[in-house]
Each structure stands twice: as structure tokens, then as C-alpha cells.
Design a protein. Sequence first.
Length: 645
Amino acid sequence: MNTTTTQKNLIKILFIGYLLFSTLFSASAQNDSLQILLQNMGNSSSEQHSKAVQQIYELANRQDNQSLMDFFKQALENSAKAGISPALLDEMLYNFSEQSKAKQLEQPFTLMLLTLENNPDFSNPELQLQLQYYYASYFYLLKEYYYAEKYCNLYLKNLEKLPSAEEHSKQILNMMNVSALIDQEQNKIDQAIEKFKSTIDSAKSKKEDAWIGITSGNLAYCLFLGGKYAEAIPLFEKDIQLSKVTFQLGSAINSEIVLAEIYHALKDNQKAFEYADSAKKQLALLTSINPNNYRTYMGERSQVSKILGKLYFEMRDLAKANEFIYQFVSLEDSLKLLNKVGEFKSILQAIQFDKQMIEVGELNTKIKEKQQQLNQIILIAIILSLTIIAILFLVRKISKANKSLNEKNSIINEQNHSLEKINADKDRLFSIISHDLRGPVATIQALMKAFSEKRIPLHDFETLLPGIVKNTNNLNNTLDNLLTWSMSKNGIQLVPEQFNINQRIQESLALLEEQMSLKNISTQNNCIDFEVFADKNHLDVILRNVLNNAIKFSYPNSTIEIDGFDHGDKIEIRIMDHGVGMSADQLRKINNNEVFKSATGTSGEKGSGLGLQLVKEFVEKNGGRFHIESKEKIGTTMCFTIPKF
């Protein structure tokens, strides 16, 4: 059959298709389309032939799925009767396949394929082979693995019978890959690995370098799914090299992403970061070449952001981790939105497809077979799961029991330690409430009552006022420390920020100016304007307590010296007083976090002992160190470090 006859027959087919839905168009549209078809029936030029085909597709695009399916079904049936060549029919089938995927018309196309399967007019072996090839590929894309496997095996089996089998080497390698991918999708990992290796050997014998690279990449990913990282790594590395040479950047990016996941699983975060960072740069390159690639590779961007987020988090670079985790969440939201749009389209198509299923009785049989297969898979999966669980339970029972016992003992010890600490905190709290708070309050209350009852003359009361002020200051400081200590026990959150430490020192000194004036104590602040990075509220508590402690134990008419030193990543603050100092036993208790009774100040000031405990705790929470240097009857120097900005 010559080319001219073939083209004329195709025009006849398209004319029949036109008649099937011509009543759905306006009179002008019918006349225009008919005129094009009539012109092409009398002229066999390829250009006019292409225009006729394009016109029919444009008409078909405006119809519902039923009309579209009927048109192509009738056209294909008539093409077989008219003796159209398999190659020409193959072209029509391919065009409709691509069109259906682009417009969410998988269901009518699937229905058409199932209708053609048992059509006696399609008896040509070459044509049957091409149909089986499309069946296998398309059902795999639709995740209909039962039908995909069926037609894949039929294609490979029937191709061996044809003398022209060698001419189909690329299609053979593609079908071998599809067969292995079907096993992989059904979690038959070992079986899929063997098929991929067989395909690589076949590609090498046929010297199909492109298919060697493609199949090697598929094998590497299958090994990765099976947890065989040692075998997968060199294959992914080779795939990256081949893909970059052939400018298949998408394949290289996917391989780098998987290698990043493998090395992360193997705890080699340096290599994981190298591959993830390389994939990120390749994605940026693709987007700079073509902005549309941003959407095309959105899934890969999401994977890279997720991996980099994990790696930066484990590297304690929280800013970078937060950046990439935010990118991952944003990309995932975008992907979900796109999927939702596809789902809504699929739902609308499913409604029409359900109506078509009523007219095709044999699809009911296919559904039953699929359901039986699904039930078998579920049953096998349940049996395998129960078997694996039973084996794991028996193997790990003894070790798990021992581990559980050790964990319980550890928990009991921790609980005992925690209980002891809670009891100690409770005792301290009761002591503060009963002595350090109740005593000063009772004293002030008694004085005020006596004064109100005129049992104390005004002159005598005025002489007592400095003592009342001192008691009130001590009481206020104790209450502040008690509240701060209580909040620290409830786990208040650390909120570090940048600020000038000298400014905070000056503000703390201003708050304590009245207490210093009562003892005629002066200060010498030698600290320069250092910028630090810490919790500002914590630092205020630290400075207030250290300075208050220095005032409390300083001799009257003495000087408190404040110095600051730069140690690279830390700033050290030293606050030195000239007073009674501390004994070695007091220093030991403070350094060991032991409960101790606060000593009386040089002017009779009392304290709760909470202040220095809070100082030590807050300094360490902010990443610094606290220590005390002291000599009795000479003075004390309290030193602490804080992160530099």
C-alpha cells in the first residue's frame, strides 16, 4: 500500500469521526471543518493532511469524554478495515495517548485500549505488538500494574517470534526496564534487582550506552530501596558522571539527592551535605536556564530542602536549618495544592468513567480480577507481617526484657534523685518563707502598728526608718529571687538577643544606688561597651544578684570594682568587692550547688541564699561559666562569662 492511498484512507477515517459528533457544532463550524476535509480528500499533500488531522483534534478537544472516545474508537476500527498500516495507526494512538495525559483523560483512553484488545480486525502481528507496547507503558504510568505486567510479558514473548526483533532493541530494553520497575513498585526488590542487571547486560551486548546509563540509575535506586547502600553508591556516582556528560541534569540531581539520603543514613553528614548542596546548585542552574523548570523540579527542591534542613539542624546551625525547613514546608504545600487540583479533575473524570463502565461489560471482569489480586496481596502482606513480627518478638524478647529492666532501674534512680532535689527545694522554700520573708514582714508590721497606736514617738520612728528601708530592700530582693527561682524551675524559655552589656551594668547600678548610699559605697566601672548575645532578663538577674551580694558584704566606705575582658568568643565580667570574703567551705557549697545558709551582711543585711544559685544557673544556661575568688576579711571577686556577639 503506497503513501498516497494511506493518507486518503486516513482522511476517510477522520471524515467518519467527524460525522460522529458533527451535530454538536454550529452550522458554520460544520461547514468549515467539512470544507477542509473535502479539500484534503482530493489532495494528498502532507501539509494539507496535517491540517486536516489538526482540525479534527481541535474539534475533538471541545467534546465530552464520551464523544472523544467514540470518535477515536470508530476511527481506529475503520482504519483496520481500510487496511491502514500499523505505523500510521501507531502514530494516531500515540497522539491520542499524549493528548489524554495532558487533559486528564486517562479513563476514556484506558477504556478504548480494553475495547481494542479483543477487536478481531486488529490481527496484524506488528500492529498487535505496537498495541501491547503502548498497553504496557501506559498502564504502568497509570499504576495499573496487573495489566502493565501482562502486556509487558506478552510484548517480550511475541517479539521473539518476529524476524525483525533486532530492529526493536530500544523498545525491548524499555520493556525490560518496565518489567523490573513493576516488580520494584510491588516491593519485589530482589526480583527487580536481577531484572535490572539482566537489562544492563543486554544493553551492553547491543552497545546501547544511553540505556546502560538509564538502567544503571534504576538499579541504583532499587538497591537503595532495598537498603543495599554499598552496592548502590558506586552506581549512583557513575550515573551522575554519565548524566552530566550527556547533559541529563535531572537524572544527576535525583542521583545526588538519593546519595545525600544514603550518606545521611550512614551518619556521614559531610558527604551528605556535599551531594545535597550540589543538587541545590544544579536545580538553581536549571531554573536560570528555563524559569519553567522551577515548577518541573518542585519535588526535587522539596527533597533537597528537607535534607539540608536536617543536616543544618544536626550541625546546630539553627538559622540555616530554619531557612531550609521553611522552604521544604512551602514547597510541600505547593505540591499538595497542585495535587488537589489534579484530584478534583480526576473526580470529575471518574463520574463520567462510571457511566461508561455500564456499557463495557468486560471491565467488570477486570475489576473483579483486580480486586481478587488486591485481596491476595493484602492477605500475603498480613501473613508476612505477622510472621516477621513473631520472629522479631521471639528474637528480641530476652534482650528487650533486660533493656526494659535497666531502663526502669535508671528511671527509678533518676526519680529518686529528682525527689531528693524536690524535697531540698521544698525545705529551702519553707525556710525562706518562714524566716527570710516572715521575719522582716513581722518586724515592719509591729513597728507600723506601734507607730499607729502612738506607742512610738515620731522622732524615734524617724530614727528607725533607715532600718525599715533596709529591711524592705532585702525583702524585695528576696521576693525577686524567689519569683525568678520559681520561674526557672518551671522551665522558662531562653530568648537570646544582642545588646550592650555595659548599658545593662549601668542600669543595674542605678537600681541599687540607694542601697550603696546607705553604706557610702562607691563603684568603679572599667567595663567598655561590649556587644553580647544572651537572654537580657537572665543577665539582669545575674548582675542584680552579684552587685547586691557585693554591696551586702562590702565594708562601709569601700569601693566595688567592675572590669570586662574580651576572650574571643566570650566576654568575662569581674565584680570585686572589699569586704568580709568567704570561707573555703562556703565556696565549696556554692560550686557544688549545695544548700547553704546565707551569711549576714556587714550592716546586718539578710538573704535567702537563692541569689548565687540563680546566678550560676542562668550563666550556664546562656553558655557561660561562673566562678568565685575570695579571701576572708579581704574581699570577693565574682567572675562570669557570656557569649560575645
